[in-house]
Design a protein around this ligand. Structure first.
Ligand SMILES: Cc1cc2nc3c(=O)[nH]c(=O)nc-3n(C[C@H](O)[C@H](O)[C@H](O)COP(=O)(O)OP(=O)(O)OC[C@H]3O[C@@H](n4cnc5c(N)ncnc54)[C@H](O)[C@@H]3O)c2cc1C
Length: 131
């Protein structure tokens, strides 16, 4: 079985058995706070109340040219991950008062730019193909 399959089965079983609503194509926009405490999330034009807190799992900022310029020494760096990872969660946490640490470090590798970088704006790794 491919890595991750069991993890996703456990997750889907829990989503179904606990009646958790999944909202696809709904961007998280902002953490809602009350006196410094995170009480909810603004997403897709709605406010969602949080009972125990909000887990931010919006990925990194590898696809944000602005944040690359701000935090990384070498640039530009071509991402190998999802192009929607533009640091939204990091900015939301900052707006709620979070401090940042260790932003300079990333796991990278040598590779190539695709000849048509507009159409295919990813780094192509030498590590293994197909990736
Ligand atoms: C090519 C490659 C190979 C890798 N190989 C390994 C490996 O062998 N072993 C290993 O341990 N790790 C590996 N990694 C790293 C690993 O994949 C990541 O560390 C991990 O996926 C990060 O998980 P995450 O849940 O934090 O974010 P992600 O998996 O990046 O997920 C972030 C999600 O948030 C969504 N999102 C972004 N903004 C918003 C928003 N505003 N609202 C709602 N959703 C949003 C995105 O659509 C995305 O689905 C690899 C990464 C890459 C790119």
């Amino acid at each position: 079985m491919r890595g991750g399959t069991r993890l996703f089965k456990v997750m889907m079983d829990n989503v179904e058995s606990r009646g958790i609503e999944v909202r696809l194509e709904t961007a998280a926009e902002r953490l809602i706070t009350d006196a410094g405490r995170v009480t909810g999330l603004a997403a897709g034009g709605n406010s969602i109340e949080a009972r125990g807190g909000v887990v931010l799992a919006c990925g990194g900022f590898e696809a944000s040219a602005d944040m690359q310029a701000q935090y990384w020494q070498e640039k530009p760096v071509l991402p190998g991950a999802y192009l929607g990872n533009t640091g939204d969660g990091i900015r939301m946490a900052q707006a709620a008062g979070a401090d940042l640490w260790h932003m300079w470090h990333y796991h990278g590798t040598y590779g190539f730019r695709h000849p048509d970088a507009d159409e295919f704006p990813y780094g192509i790794r030498l590590h293994r193909l197909p990736d």
